[in-house]
Design a protein around this ligand. Structure first.
Ligand SMILES: Cc1cc2nc3c(=O)[nH]c(=O)nc-3n(C[C@H](O)[C@H](O)[C@H](O)COP(=O)(O)OP(=O)(O)OC[C@H]3O[C@@H](n4cnc5c(N)ncnc54)[C@H](O)[C@@H]3O)c2cc1C
Length: 415
């Protein structure tokens, strides 16, 4: 046992999934559907947090379709985005057009992530072998020799030891489990952080532009129905400088870039309403230890560029269930079998991170440096804007990603 803190509650399951984000909730659903005894631990009491990606891409919509969940899912309030338009130094550009894709769902569904996660939680209630434990934070690993044998967790009622044949870390980019397991992280680095805040929205306020880039400044706005969710990108390490300039200076910049926020910005009353989200790109060389597997951001933190991180996390979960669900019926798969997930998913992860690094080096770093020189729209962006048939290429990468996963894991017969 890694910790000697007194623990008097115990539970034994086949699989313990730590983290109720997109990776953990989708994996819990898939393993519950396969009839595997699984518990998902989420440290928060609910999913209502602001700092989650809200983009459900066609790859995830196809998975929801394959699971027979799509009709109910698309009944939840959401906005559909097909054409991604931006303003680059005042020049309109079109980044991608999803209507050109041959997929059943050629759009990105913008939906608050808490609705997506709550939906998966509700849909999973019919599986007797799945339990979701909210307000339960994994604080340590349980070890038996070299093997990880579960986690010790903190709950409102005290400490509980959850013994598991297999523990799967889906606890995000600040993963406690990967740190406790001593898995080395390769930092790739990101030049920016994000200030995240809400501005009020009137029912008649609409705008197709969602990304704006000016010298020294970048901003993205998401229409969330009764408010605008704003992501204002700053150079890494500049948070204190922004604060020193004062709130009004920040809000003036925001409104200058996005005049549609002029009245709604009054809802930002102090820096307490503006959250700093740190951006990271990194990945593990090794995703496993005996008895432990890391997936999603815990294995490879994604930058917000392209809004693909949620969808990659879902794809990891689908691949994990495809590769391991059958084997888990009989106990813990060998480390070689667990590593099949990395062998399957590492290529898409590396390709996607490489594209994110290219965008951050070629576009974002330059834009955030500022200066008086007007921004030049890069040749590739000009070509994509001018030649509509080219808009299908970034659309395909964004929408379906590299090597999309499909559900092959079996559903257990209904009891
Ligand atoms: C600023 C920013 C904006 C982004 N915007 C987008 C976007 O628009 N679209 C997109 O697709 N991606 C976006 N991303 C990337 C995306 O957020 C991640 O790639 C994605 O959330 C990864 O999913 P996950 O399930 O692996 O981890 P997470 O979503 O981080 O979920 C991890 C979960 O584990 C829980 N947890 C953590 N530690 C413990 C513990 N010890 N015990 C129990 N529970 C624990 C957390 O509370 C959380 O619920 C953004 C990233 C950043 C930084």
């Amino acid at each position: 046992m890694a910790s000697d803190q007194h623990s008097n509650r115990r539970k034994k399951v086949r699989c313990c999934v730590v983290g109720g984000g997109p990776a953990g909730m989708m994996l819990g659903y898939l393993l519950g559907r396969a009839g595997i005894e699984v518990v998902v631990l989420e440290k928060h009491g609910d999913f209502f947090r602001d700092f989650r990606g809200d983009t459900v891409h066609p790859s995830t919509l196809e998975v929801m379709d394959e699971l027979g969940l799509i009709d109910g899912f698309l009944k939840l309030p959401h906005q559909r985005l097909q054409k991604m338009d931006g303003l680059f130094g005042g020049t309109p550009v079109r980044i991608a057009d999803l209507s050109r894709l041959h997929t059943k769902y050629p759009f990105i569904a913008f939906m608050p992530q808490w609705d997506f996660l709550n939906f998966l939680r509700e849909a999973g209630r019919r599986f007797a072998s799945l339990e979701v434990m909210m307000s339960t934070e994994a604080v340590d690993l349980i070890r038996r020799g070299e093997t990880i044998a579960g986690v010790r967790a903190k709950t409102p009622d005290g400490i509980i030891d959850i013994e598991a044949d297999l523990t799967i870390a889906c606890d995000g980019r600040h993963s406690t489990l990967r740190e406790r397991a001593g898995l080395a992280v390769e930092e790739i680095g990101a030049p920016m952080d994000v200030l995240w805040f809400r501005a009020g929205r009137q029912p008649d306020e609409t705008e197709s532009v969602f990304a704006r880039v000016e010298p020294g400044k970048m901003m993205i706005t998401f229409d969330r129905g009764d408010y605008w969710q704003c992501a204002y990108v700053i150079a890494k390490g500049q948070h204190e400088t922004v604060k020193a300039r004062g709130l009004q200076a920040l809000l003036d910049d925001v409104v200058r870039m996005a005049p549609i926020l002029r009245s709604g910005i009054a809802e930002v009353k102090s820096f307490g309403d503006v959250k700093l989200l740190t951006v990271a790109i990194n990945r593990l060389a090794r995703w496993t230890r005996p008895g432990l597997l890391c997936i999603g951001d815990a294995a490879h933190a994604m930058s917000p560029i392209g809004g693909v991180g949620v969808n990659l996390a879902v794809q990891d979960a689908v691949a994990t269930a495809n590769l391991l669900a059958d084997k888990m019926q009989h106990g813990c798969p060998s480390e070689h079998d667990l590593d099949a997930v990395r062998r399957r998913r590492e290529f898409p992860v590396k390709m996607t991170q490489r594209m994110q690094v290219i965008v951050q080096n070629k576009i974002i770093s330059g834009a955030l440096k500022g200066g008086d020189r007007p921004l030049k729209v890069s040749l590739i962006v000009r070509l994509i804007t001018a030649l509509p048939w080219l808009q299908g290429i970034p659309a395909r990468l964004l929408a379906l990603g590299v090597r999309p996963e499909h559900v092959h894991s079996k559903a257990a017969p209904a009891s």
